[in-house]
Design a binder for this molecule. Structure first.
Ligand code: HEC
Length: 106
């Protein structure tokens, strides 16, 4: 249906526009827990690297939040980095990317 397609693209446009809006505190807490437990299981508790590479702010410096969010959502095919799209919205992924870029500790 064309109408559905138009609505879907409007929704994604709106969610992109508001992607960096403040996160609801409860969702932010859930995402921090995910970063610590799930991302940390491969990237190390301090995100300094393990099975997955170092994803601390100093290492990611200069990369855009969008490109990092893309990696989080799509994963890196052919490597253990899984796609998180089933669990995370685009807003969640942008929030995590900015969280990593700010150098916050999960
Ligand atoms: C099962 C292990 C695993 C888990 C879990 C995992 N990653 Fe990864 N991640 C990897 C590996 C391995 C790579 C390197 C892929 C490659 O060779 O390019 C990677 C790459 C990345 C990169 C790109 C680094 C760069 O310099 O290009 C980012 C960003 C990233 N992961 C973030 C995350 C986040 C955020 C989470 C949690 C939502 C997560 N990862 C969970 C294994 C994992």
């Amino acid at each position: 249906m064309i109408a559905t397609t138009i609505i879907a693209s409007l929704v994604s446009l709106v969610s992109q526009t508001y992607a960096d809006e403040p996160m609801k505190p409860q969702r932010a807490e859930e995402l921090e827990r995910l970063i610590r437990h799930d991302c940390g299981s491969c990237h190390g508790m301090t995100l300094k690297g393990g099975l997955g590479p170092d994803i601390r702010a100093q290492t990611l410096e200069g990369r855009s939040a969008d490109s990092i969010a893309e990696i989080i959502l799509e994963g890196v095919p052919g490597t253990p980095m899984p796609p998180w799209r089933p669990l995370l919205s685009q807003q969640d992924a942008i929030w995590i990317a900015n969280y990593l870029l700010r150098g916050e500790k999960p």
